[in-house]
Design a protein around this ligand. Sequence first.
Ligand code: T1G
Ligand code: NAD
Length: 703
Amino acid sequence: MQITDVVSLEVEDGIGVLTVNNPPVNALGQAVRQGLQDGIRAAGANAAIEAVVIIAEGRTFPAGADITEFGKPPQEPSLPDVCQSIEDCPKPVVAALHGTALGGGFEIALSSHYRIADAKARVGLPEINLGLLPGASGTQRMPRIAGAGPSLDMMLSGKPISMARAREIGVVDDVAEGPLRPAALAYARKLVTMGWGRRPTSERREGFANMSEYSNAIAARRAELEEKAKGQMAPFKVLECLTMAADPKIPFAEAMKAERAAFLECLASDQSKGMIHAFFAERQTAKIPEARTATPRAYDRLAVIGGGTMGAGIAVSCLDAGLPVVMIERDDDSVARGRENVEKVYDRNVQKGRISADQKARILENFSATTDYAALSDVDLVIEAVFEEMSVKKGVFAQLDAAMKPGAILATNTSYLDIDELASTISRPEDVIGLHFFSPANIMKLLEIVVPEKVTADVVVTSFDLAKRLGKVPVRAGVCDGFIGNRILATYRKAADYVMEDGASPYEIDAAIRAFGYPMGPYQVSDLAGGDIGWATRKRKSATRPPEERYVEIADRICENGWFGQKTGRGYYIYEGRKGSEDPDVLSIVDAERAKKGIVARSFTPEDIQNRYLAAMINEGCKVLEDGIALRPLDIDVTFLYGYGFPRWRGGPMKFADMVGLDVILGRLNEYAKEDAHFWQPAPLLERLVAEGRSFDDMNKGK
Ligand code: T1G
Ligand code: NAD
């Protein structure tokens, strides 16, 4: 019997089977909620039914509320009500879990009286990843079973857990040996036969058995969050709700109301809007024009040219994905160093117990390193990561053009250089593409896929397919100096340098940017990446720098001392290991440069610094869109979320601009332009959007 178009109820030998079927992830949209509500009531009233199994078709048990419904007028029944109806069912209810039972889906399961699962299933409460907290009883029902520790782990990490762990903490009662559906029906029949009956989770209190342990767990997480999640709302709401859950003076229903209020408060917040935007944006970046017409080429064997910082990281990323890699270096010493750089990563993983020595050996069977380009004869895709010098790269591409088979893909990991120029030097420019990884390449998730003029669509979609295979988040970028990320970085870094020369110390600037939510400020980042890379870029650009452009020489003065950052033990900070402390000599250099230009230092509030930094970022983002270097504003957001440490709860620079108001950003730019019209000139796109009352979100939607 179909209850709604996505929920059905069948009776099989006294067991009512409520089945959800709402692809792709059985999200708990209105029709699913209505179907479950009506279905569980029908089952409850049906004398032929002795117990109920809730199960789902397709790839997963409900993976949560329907996120696309957020921000729209709420529709009845609410998920908390559906959960309560399930718990109130007069017959025992078994939730049969497979795939990823997440968020509201897991709350449905926790509201059932028993849970049985497929061995490969995973359960989780990832609402924190959306700037939310579980809003349908997760903060009340889970701790009743599992206590504070495991509940906090799940709700604050947002990570799903395995069935072994789920059984250990008691939130799953049994794991099916064979297929789930028959096992679940057998389990329900056993309940009836054994007379086990209903077991309302709201009445359970095992999780509160050791209240000092419970309170200590909350206190410990609060201290941690005050350090790591400053300014964020949802994590602290989780702590409040778990505290209420265990308070005997607060009845379950009252605590449920408080959880709902906290949920709705988070849902209305910019933080949640930013994180929900990020959730969908990262799933949109692979939707590119080329995917409409082309399919990926086959590729099974890869190569990397250069075994330095990036070459080694890229090789590890490919090996971790099970792809065999040949590394080419320029001489035997460099070959040995390249192999060492790769092995070092796996040695660390073995030391940290992430992999066994056997696993390391098996992975490295897929790796070889040589100076001989003949080893590339059957390679399908090569990624060049040699020195950032056009002449060196052209030399390598000439050798690749000679050595690689027809149909192979030739990619470059250049950070800034003109890939059209590089491609034009070989016989097959249509097979050349930019694959811009971020350091460390085996960790950073962003992959900027830079599309030159002559490349064919199937090379582009093959690159996106490779990104998925490597577990990367791909963003399509056009060719220009620095593509999307480094081009915008260069601009807001200039804004920071101007603020430094005008009066703020590099340490104040870093503190202001950390307060905005970044893990590091621009000068800490420069010291981490190495000041020499930026110095080389500034030198390369000095010949073409427009005369009207303001140029701050402080960084050059620091580099002239050989102070490149962590790798030289000194940069903007002085380092003991990785710990940096402020350097009075750097402040003297700053003062000297101000004096040289007759600049009288003035003070900047942290907000001033943040506003200028973001205004420069957003304005350059507009120019990147105007030039067609990024397809949509969301591509810029994903680039900064995954490649440049932009705080996820701010949604990315363009989403942040929408939430602040484009007119406000434009107003700030016009204000700053009074100081420097050349640098702060508002982008025409921004002026147009403000004039038309449109937003970047409108652009994302093609409006
Ligand atoms: N709502 C709506 N659409 C969803 C969705 C959801 N919950 N989850 C996935 N999709 C869409 C997604 O946009 C994509 O669409 C397609 O499904 C496949 O997803 C009260 C309020 C389940 C692990 O946070 O983590 O419950 O791009 O590409 O890699 O407490 O999706 O094809 O058009 O990601 O196999 C809590 C979110 C909600 C889980 C599958 N739940 N989803 O990953 O496929 S808040 C979540 C995921 C909540 C309650 C609160 C993953 C996945 P399109 P995909 P995947
Ligand atoms: P690196 O100096 O650490 O490594 C470069 C390697 O290339 C060296 O091992 C060198 O021996 C090798 N090499 C030089 N000429 C060669 C040749 N003709 N044939 C074979 N090997 C040769 O540099 P890196 O930081 O790994 O940068 C490599 C590329 O990646 C550059 O284009 C850089 O702009 C880009 N990149 C760097 C970063 C970063 O953060 N370091 C991030 C993204 C992209």
